[in-house]
Write a protein that binds this ligand. Structure first.
Ligand SMILES: Cc1ncc(COP(=O)(O)O)c(C=O)c1O
Length: 396
């Protein structure tokens, strides 16, 4: 737990009515240790002292989720490379690495740059990076961290080959494969082999292996697809150093994988209502909540919260309602506008009053992380710190 305690201590605190010190707020890479001065700054702040809407991370739950995920991936003999899209926090990424992760995964170049700024030294960007502007940024990133990317077309590989020409410091490129998700990726082993050959033939590139984002529940089939693809590429004389799969819904089933060498879960750190619906843990595992105030009770069965789509995000994720309120488990958040959530209290025996603050487990934690400049870190009722969400809003 020391790492998480350090995380809490790293970000300085003041009451929400107080003045925040930029010096204390700034995250210091590598300082994953408790700093007594910062903890004094944290004082005796409680959840009730936080203004709303805000995001609170339950550190005990996050730590338990991280440890459980790391253990199951390690037991399967896989390297852990968590996706930071869920937390977007260098301090959490450093904690994941301290627990055994070999590096991190970032979907966007901007997220990767923010992670590098935060002290992360090994980053996988499973994305087709196109265009001179982004390739120049990619080259700058390659100069300061161990970097790998993906490609699923000859055009993407040609762009990398033109931008990276140093055989002494090649860019690792993995071929993205579509094993059923229906998003990016080559759909035939021969297509993967053609790209592998193109990458291997480029002096400034290195064929890094294969990557796929399997559809939920299709992980075993994806792994079998990858095994056949690896065999095809090896038969052509090329080594396949890495086979990267991953996703939280199938995290607990990694034990049966045989082609995969790395795993990239993201949401496992916080979990959310969608993951619980998928059968990944329970609401008691959910570490991220949005705290919101009941600002109106227009009818006996309706409450309105001060957290709308700007705070909860509008992803329904095929679920009934826009989040779960543990204190009122029967309540249904029926609609969101930007600054309001409308809650149907009809099924509830007990009902919140105006001014009451409730915690909401969002449908999709990752998109909520992208909406807030900072998150509060808590243990139980005690607010122990805060962290700037430095990778949020990095869309390019
Ligand atoms: C390429 C890729 N890898 C890994 C993940 C992590 O998935 P999850 O959040 O379900 O763990 C995602 C999520 O969108 C992804 O797009």
């Amino acid at each position: 737990m020391a790492g998480m305690a350090g995380m809490a201590g790293m970000a300085g605190m003041a009451g929400t009515a107080g003045i925040l010190s930029r010096r204390l707020w700034r995250y210091h890479a590598g300082a994953c240790q408790m700093r007594k001065g910062d903890l004094r700054e944290c004082g005796t702040m409680r959840l009730k002292d936080l203004d709303t809407p805000c995001v609170v991370i339950d550190l005990d739950r996050a730590e338990a989720n991280l440890a459980r995920g790391q253990a199951v991936v390690a037991a399967a003999g896989l390297a852990m490379r968590p996706h930071v899209k869920t937390h977007k926090l260098p301090c959490m990424a450093l904690r994941q690495i301290a627990l055994g992760a070999v590096g991190v995964t970032c979907q966007k170049l901007g997220e990767a740059e923010a992670m590098a700024d935060g002290g992360i030294g090994d980053i996988f960007v499973p994305y087709n990076i196109l265009g001179a502007t982004k390739l120049a940024r990619l080259a700058a990133l390659h100069a300061r961290v161990v970097l790998s990317v993906t490609a699923d077309s000859a055009q993407t590989v040609a762009g990398y080959a033109a931008a990276f020409t140093d055989p002494a410091h090649p860019l690792a490129v993995l071929v993205e494969c579509d094993t059923g998700m229906g998003r990016c990726g080559v759909r035939e082993a021969d297509g993967a082999l053609a790209l592998a050959r193109q990458i291997a033939a480029a002096p400034g590139l290195r064929f890094g292996g294969l990557m796929s984002y399997p559809a939920r529940g299709q992980q075993s089939a994806a792994d079998a697809w990858m095994a056949a693809c690896v065999a095809r590429i090896q038969a052509a004389g090329l080594a396949v150093p890495v086979v990267s799969l991953g996703g939280t819904p199938d995290l607990m089933a990694v034990g049966g994988l045989r082609a995969a060498t790395e795993y990239r879960p993201g949401t496992y750190i916080y979990s959310d209502r969608m993951q619980v619906a998928f059968g990944h843990g329970t609401f008691d595992d959910c570490a991220l909540t949005v705290r919101a105030t009941v600002v109106s009770r227009p009818t006996p069965t309706r409450a309105v919260l001060d957290a709308g789509s700007k705070a909860l995000a509008a992803d329904l994720c095929s679920l009934p309602g826009h989040g779960h309120i543990p204190a009122y488990p029967q309540a249904v958040i029926t609609s969101l506008s930007e600054e309001h959530a409308v809650v149907d209290l009809a099924p509830c025996a007990a009902r919140p009053q105006i001014g009451e603050v409730v915690a909401v487990i969002p449908n999709h934690a990752c998109v909520v992380s992208n909406l807030f400049d900072r998150v509060w870190l808590a243990r139980g009722d005690a607010v122990t710190g805060a962290a700037d969400v430095t990778s949020r809003g990095r869309l390019a």
